[in-house]
Design a protein around this ligand. Structure first.
Ligand SMILES: NC(=O)C1=CN([C@@H]2O[C@H](COP(=O)(O)OP(=O)(O)OC[C@H]3O[C@@H](n4cnc5c(N)ncnc54)[C@H](O)[C@@H]3O)[C@@H](O)[C@H]2O)C=CC1
Ligand SMILES: O=C(O)C(=O)Cc1ccc(O)cc1
Length: 367
């Protein structure tokens, strides 16, 4: 498809959407806007956008598709800015925010003006942020929720899906309320649990500094998302307050229940508790990418000679370090190294780094 695609907010998600759209529609002109001049420059130099613009309003009026990819509070502001602008009549406005009810509500004045707004949420990402972490394949196989209101014509939903087909995501239509309820359980609330576990460990560490030295394995796995962007999660919690308050209440009841089993030494119930959780979790559909992405990348500056990849994978295989993805990146001044290796866990990545450094003279980088 041809046309001007304006991405407002060039971070991890805006950048990844831009790359995915360009991959499927090479003739589209990708135009970027960001309040941060640095993000804008970086997006341009990484080739994530074709043009960087200083004015959102001006670019919006020339756009055929507008993707709002700022944090949710700023997305509300951007929606306000769009009201009363002389937008192109066929423009499709969408967003990528992690919450939907407040955003869709904020889009009502636009919808009433006859502008097509379709709320969106690609349900994949990372605890990383910024355009440097953007990938065209970030959303492959992930669910991409759309929350069109009844104002939106079916043909425009189809048109948006075509624009977004390079994401290779699976589109699912939900109401904004349904979205916020489900995202609350499986995405938002777990971030509070992860953060609270970290807080708890930090309090214990005041009594014994061994706590953080010994925190590894399971603790690191379950608390990975506590390293996410605090601003982004603050805004999500403010937006999805009602659902989250209910989740807090249910979680407290859940903790009381299992606490009683432990206090009573009720081994059968404790066993059953873990057993049932394992059964449900083991039955969850496995996706190669999506809600829990593997995002532990190591860049290796390798010389350009045949066999260099098998040399490196050979060293890793000897130490039984599994690689989840391997890719040669075109040499560019602003990308570290040329070989990108992805691992399932941070521990694997660290082991790989030591292994490569021990066996070769190649420089390794964790970005
Ligand atoms: N990080 C993740 O894993 C996921 C995030 N989301 C949603 O995507 C949106 C963006 O998140 P990320 O890309 O992770 O954040 P990010 O921090 O990587 O990027 C956000 C970008 O928006 C820019 N920005 C802030 N205010 C702006 C404004 N008023 N106008 C234009 N640009 C503005 C920032 O300068 C930054 O470059 C959020 O709404 C988030 O809820 C959705 C799915 C996954
Ligand atoms: O790091 C992770 O696994 C995430 O939790 C990614 C994520 C963050 C926000 C979303 O709205 C959707 C997915």
């Amino acid at each position: 498809m041809r046309g001007n695609v304006l991405i407002a907010g060039l971070g991890l998600i805006g950048g990844s959407i831009a790359l995915a759209i360009k991959r499927a529609h090479p003739d589209a002109v990708m135009i970027g806007y960001d309040v941060s001049g640095e993000s804008l420059r970086l997006a341009r130099s990484l080739g994530v956008i074709d043009e960087a613009v200083p004015s959102f309003a001006h670019a919006a009026c020339e756009a055929d598709v507008i993707v709002l990819a700022a944090p949710v509070a700023q997305t509300e502001q951007l929606l306000l800015e769009l009201v009363d602008l002389p937008l192109r009549p066929h423009v499709i406005v969408t967003d990528v925010g992690s919450t939907k009810e407040r955003i869709v509500k904020q889009a009502w004045p636009l919808l009433e003006q006859g502008v097509t707004f379709i709320g969106g949420h690609p349900m994949a990402g990372s605890h990383k942020s910024g355009v440097a972490a953007a990938r065209a394949h970030l959303f492959e196989n992930a669910f991409y929720i759309l929350t069109p209101t009844e104002h939106v014509k079916e043909e425009n939903i189809v048109r948006l899906k075509r624009w977004l087909e390079g994401t290779k995501a699976h589109f699912v239509t939900l109401t904004p309320k349904e979205h916020d309820r489900i995202a609350g359980v499986i995405s938002h609330f777990p971030h509070i649990i992860a953060a609270s576990l970290v807080h708890q460990a930090q309090q214990y560490e005041r009594e014994d500094e061994l706590v953080s030295r010994l925190a590894a394995g399971g603790f690191r796995d379950i608390t990975r998302i506590a390293s996410s962007n605090p601003e982004m999660w603050r805004d999500i919690f403010i937006h999805n307050k009602d659902e989250l308050l209910q989740l807090f209440d249910r979680w407290i009841e859940e903790m009381k229940k299992i606490r009683t089993y432990v206090a009573d030494g009720d081994s059968e119930r404790i066993y059953q508790y873990f057993h049932d959780a394992k059964q449900f979790r083991d039955g969850l559909p496995v996706r190669t990418k999506g809600a829990i992405p593997s995002f532990y990348d190591l860049y290796v500056d390798v010389p350009d000679y045949p066999g260099v990849i098998s040399e490196i994978t050979g060293y890793l295989a000897k130490e039984r370090i599994s690689i989840t993805n391997i890719r040669i990146i075109e040499t560019r001044e602003d990308i570290y190294g040329v070989l990108r290796l992805s691992f399932q866990t941070d521990d694997d990545r660290q082991r790989a780094k030591h292994c490569i450094e021990a066996n070769t003279n190649y420089e390794t980088y964790v970005v």
